[in-house]
Design a protein around this ligand. Structure first.
Ligand SMILES: Nc1nc2c(ncn2[C@@H]2O[C@H](COP(=O)(O)OP(=O)(O)O)[C@@H](O)[C@H]2O)c(=O)[nH]1
Ligand SMILES: [Mg+2]
Length: 205
C-alpha cells in the first residue's frame, strides 16, 4: 500500500497564543515533547526538509507556536494539513496541573484550538518512564475530544540495543518508534495521520 507523500512544506507563522494563531480552517497535527527530544528533527524528517523546523526556531522563537503548511499527495490527489511545532516542555517534575511546565497560553492552545486533529507526543526511547511524559499524557487525555487522535511516538530508537527495544515494545505494545538520524519509521506516522484525518486509507500492517 502506498504511503502518502509530502510534496510541499512551508513555514507559515510563529504565534504567541491562540489569539494570534493562523486561521483554524485546516486540520492540524501538533507535535509536543520535551526540549531536545527531536521535535524539529522529526518535522524535518517527515517533510524531507533539512531546515524547515529549525529555520523558524531562531533564538527567541523557541517559545512560540510554529505553523507549517503541508501538502500531501495520495492516490494522485492533493491533501492539505498543517503541522504545529509547540515549545518543548522542561525537565521539571510535573506539577498537578502542569503549571510552570507549559505556559498558560500553551495550555489554552492545546485545549481550545478546534483544528487540532492529531497530537503527536514525541518521547525519548531511552527514557520511556520519564515522569513528565506520563504527566503530559494523562493531562491531555483529560480533555481530548472524540475526533482527536493521541499518538505516542518514541524517537532516537537508533540508540537502543535489541534488548532495550524488546523491553520498550513490551511496555508500550504497538508503539511507534522512529529514528531521525537513520530516517526510519516515518511511513507509519504518515499513514496514521492520514488515516485519522482523511479516513480514506485501507492498509494493513
Ligand atoms: N540519534 C538520534 N539523534 C536524534 C534523533 N532525533 C533528534 N536527534 C538529535 O537530538 C538533538 C535535538 O534534536 P531537535 O530536533 O533539535 O529537538 P527539539 O528540541 O525537540 O526540537 C539534535 O542533536 C538532533 O540531531 C534521533 O532519532 N536519533
Ligand atoms: Mg526544536
Amino acid at each position: 500500500m502506498a504511503t502518502p507523500r509530502v510534496v510541499d512544506a512551508e513555514f507559515m507563522k510563529s504565534a504567541q497564543a491562540l489569539a494570534d494563531s493562523v486561521d483554524d480552517t485546516v486540520s492540524e497535527v501538533v507535535f509536543l515533547g520535551r526540549s531536545n527530544v527531536g521535535k524539529s528533527s522529526t518535522i524535518n524528517g517527515l517533510t524531507s526538509r533539512k531546515n524547515l523546523a529549525k529555520s523558524s526556531a531562531t533564538p527567541g522563537k523557541t517559545q512560540l507556536i510554529n505553523f507549517f503548511d503541508i501538502r500531501y499527495i495520495y492516490d494522485d490527489k492533493d491533501w492539505s494539513i498543517r503541522f504545529v511545532d509547540l515549545p518543548g516542555f522542561g525537565y521539571a517534575k510535573v506539577s498537578k496541573d502542569l503549571k510552570g511546565v507549559w505556559q498558560k497560553n500553551l495550555v489554552e492552545f492545546i485545549k481550545h484550538r478546534v483544528s487540532i486533529r492529531v497530537f503527536i507526543h514525541l518521547r525519548d526511547a531511552r527514557h520511556p518512564n520519564a515522569e513528565i511524559d506520563r504527566g503530559v499524557n494523562e493531562y491531555v487525555k483529560r480533555f481530548i475530544r472524540g475526533d482527536q487522535l493521541y499518538l505516542d511516538v518514541f524517537t532516537k530508537i537508533d540508540k537502543l540495543n535489541m534488548k532495550e527495544k524488546r523491553a520498550l515494545k513490551k511496555k508500550f505494545p504497538g508503539c511507534i518508534t522512529i529514528s531521525n538520524s537513520k530516517r526510519i519509521g516515518y511511513d507509519v506516522v504518515h499513514q496514521k495521520i492520514f488515516e485519522h484525518i482523511f479516513g480514506v486509507m485501507e492498509w494493513s500492517n
